[in-house]
Design a protein around this ligand. Sequence first.
Ligand SMILES: O=C(O)c1cc(=O)[nH]c(=O)n1[C@@H]1O[C@H](COP(=O)(O)O)[C@@H](O)[C@H]1O
Length: 299
Amino acid sequence: MTAPGVTGAPVPFGARLAAAMDEHGPLCVGIDPHASLLRAWDLTDDADGLREFSLRVMDALGGQVAAFKPQAAFFERHGSRGLAVLEEVIAAARAAGTLTIVDAKRGDIGSTMGAYADAFLADGSPLAGDALTVSPYLGFGSLDPAVELAAATGRGLFVLCLTSNKEGFEVQHARTTAGPADAGDAAGATVAALMAARAAVLNAGAEPLGSVGLVVGATIGDAVAATGTDLVAVNGPLLAPGVGAQGAGERELATTFGSARRNVLASSSRAVLAAGPAPDALLTAAAAAAREARGALRG
Ligand SMILES: O=C(O)c1cc(=O)[nH]c(=O)n1[C@@H]1O[C@H](COP(=O)(O)O)[C@@H](O)[C@H]1O
């Protein structure tokens, strides 16, 4: 269920996220219920423990942060009961008025991508949050069914561009050769720059922010410049995982994104979750992470 605008059309995700970042600070809390975290919280590593963990996070932080990002893998590892918990988490976030980015990193072709879009982006689907992470490495155009359904329902996408893991360069820094006929100026560009250019076309003219975002890890050092990726031109939200447990902090956030930093949504999972299970401690950890993100990205 998307938030209706004045005209009855859904308010686009980019506008809703921009407002949430202004209100709560540019921080997304990732919900990654690792087995080790369940143990640390004295919970069982099964669907019951997963449910208890996730709903405690919702209770402690719902309405207090710009967004949640449940990582689908940690729900899928508990089978169908785990997926039911993911549905419950999405509904709880909606009830709390907090945006949800479902981190499922889907990517496929044609009608199969259409089915993923139906699952994660259609009104009424229990797995549909406010946005979805997607992988463009079957070609950006393979994401068209998701792009179209997200636009129609006021939802957003985060397209993997420069990921936080050290292996990503093999694909993302590679250069296209002659380039397909429709690549235009991007022919011969790095793959990352091409993905960003494609997102920029979709977000052109959107205010205050388009709804087709990119994932750009906060751990990538000088990769934005090295790949010639124009993050300002994207005019969309930039999801920046890698904060906290993967080692990035205020300095990395401030230096990685340059003049695109106002569009960045920093994302931290384990570093916030490890503060639990006490609700006050979770809230304190999230507030500290949000303060740091605000200082680094909006100071
Ligand atoms: O799409 C993502 O969120 C993502 C992209 C990326 O490049 N790197 C990355 O770590 N992530 C996700 O962000 C989360 C990071 O968790 P922490 O390292 O615990 O903060 C995990 O759910 C990852 O799957």
